[in-house]
Design a protein around this ligand. Structure first.
Ligand code: GTP
Ligand code: MG
Length: 207
């Protein structure tokens, strides 16, 4: 898929807000600092002139940020979870916002859940994957910052993560927003999710 147009369409800060448009949405989830905004910039070809805000300080993305791509779908940058210094009420607000949004019928048709290749998955990663499975939301797991692992290390880490989280290997894509590795594979996966969303029940019945 070629990215022809990208437009920032606003930030949603309450889970029951009106969506910025009636297009399929792909959301990016994962702990704070895992690289969600960086991955969105990479996908959109915005590595120099960034569109999604990237920061060395965790907790930078606070609301749900909508980026419209090719006037056909939205990429939604979710606020990161597990920001250690966030007070309890902020974490509770995060749950309401993110979980409420994901549960909406007009919410995400697919989710890219990011896990840092160098870190063990947390209970919050497990909770999020279980929640998405419960909702029946198709999920791609992006193992990111893979550029930071040696080839030897990645041979051990990837199968271990897949086993530990009980994932389907088909669902997992090693990625680097720094080198661009995995970008095209992820783009293909997103295209499939968006197309599946566009199908009416009759289309599916005919297939
Ligand atoms: P929040 O908005 O706080 O939830 O964080 P985020 O998940 O959006 O992370 P962000 O994209 O802001 O990246 C956090 C840091 O990780 C930045 O310093 C990025 O440059 C770095 N980073 C992100 N992806 C990669 C990657 O694939 N490789 C390397 N080496 N660094 C990365
Ligand atoms: Mg961010």
């Amino acid at each position: 898929m070629k990215v022809r147009t990208v437009e920032f369409c606003g930030t949603v800060v309450v889970h029951d807000a009106t969506m910025p448009g009636n297009l399929p949405q792909i959301a990016f989830s994962g702990r704070s600092n895992v690289g969600k905004s960086s991955l969105i910039n990479r996908i959109l070809g915005r590595t120099k002139k960034k569109i999604a805000h990237v920061s060395a300080t965790p907790g930078k993305t606070q609301g749900l940020n909508f980026y419209e791509v090719n006037k056909a779908f939205f990429l939604v940058d979710l606020p990161g979870f597990g920001y250690a210094r966030a007070p309890e009420h902020v974490r509770a607000e995060w749950r309401t916002l993110v979980e409420g949004y994901l549960a909406r019928d007009d919410g995400a048709c697919g989710v890219v859940h990011l896990i840092d290749a160098r870190r063990d998955p947390t209970s919050q990663d497990r909770d999020m994957l279980a929640y998405l499975a419960q909702l029946g939301t198709p999920t791609v797991v992006a193992i990111t910052k893979i550029d930071k692992l040696s080839w030897q290390k990645r041979k051990d880490v990837l199968p271990e993560l897949i086993r530990e989280l009980g994932l389907d290997p088909e669902q997992v894509i090693p990625l680097s927003s720094k080198t661009g590795e995995g970008r095209d594979e992820l783009m293909d996966a997103l295209e499939t999710l968006v197309e599946a969303q566009g199908e009416t029940p009759e289309d599916t019945a005919d297939a």
